[in-house]
Design a protein around this ligand. Structure first.
Ligand SMILES: [Zn+2]
Length: 128
């Protein structure tokens, strides 16, 4: 899903939907090629900067790094990201997302947020 993010901010667009995020690259912990997320997000200008903020929630199957069994990780994450066009301008001090195009690929943004917010070493059990 792509949208013109400056326009979305101008019109304070609200997103509320169930999204399927595809994961094509192989990943050491994520077992399935796709997972779904419930996403609520709003676009606006905050201090004259295009911003997306919202929450995402979903169940993601990860491989436990203790026992190598699959378990379901319940992800619930709030985010607030400034949307900037290039990484060469002075970077915001708060969280940001570089969108090189006029059109923001929301699936890609969510996918990256998920990767940043799953455990770096997922474990569902403790080895004795
Ligand atoms: Zn385990």
């Amino acid at each position: 899903m792509k949208l013109d993010y400056l326009k979305a901010c101008k019109h304070q667009y609200e997103l509320d939907r169930h999204m399927v995020i595809r994961y094509d690259e192989s990943h050491p912990f994520i077992t399935e090629g796709a997972y779904s997320l419930d996403v609520q997000a709003s676009f606006s200008f905050m201090n004259q900067c295009a911003t997306i903020q919202g929450t995402m929630q979903g169940s993601i199957k990860l491989i436990c790094q203790n026992c190598l069994q699959t378990f379901v990780y319940e992800l619930k994450h709030s985010f607030a990201l400034k949307l900037i066009r290039t990484s060469t301008q002075p970077l915001p001090k708060t969280a940001y997302y570089v969108c090189t195009d006029k059109y923001l690929d929301i699936s890609q943004l969510l996918k990256e947020e998920v990767l940043l917010n799953i455990p770096s070493i997922p474990k569902h059990c403790i080895l004795q």
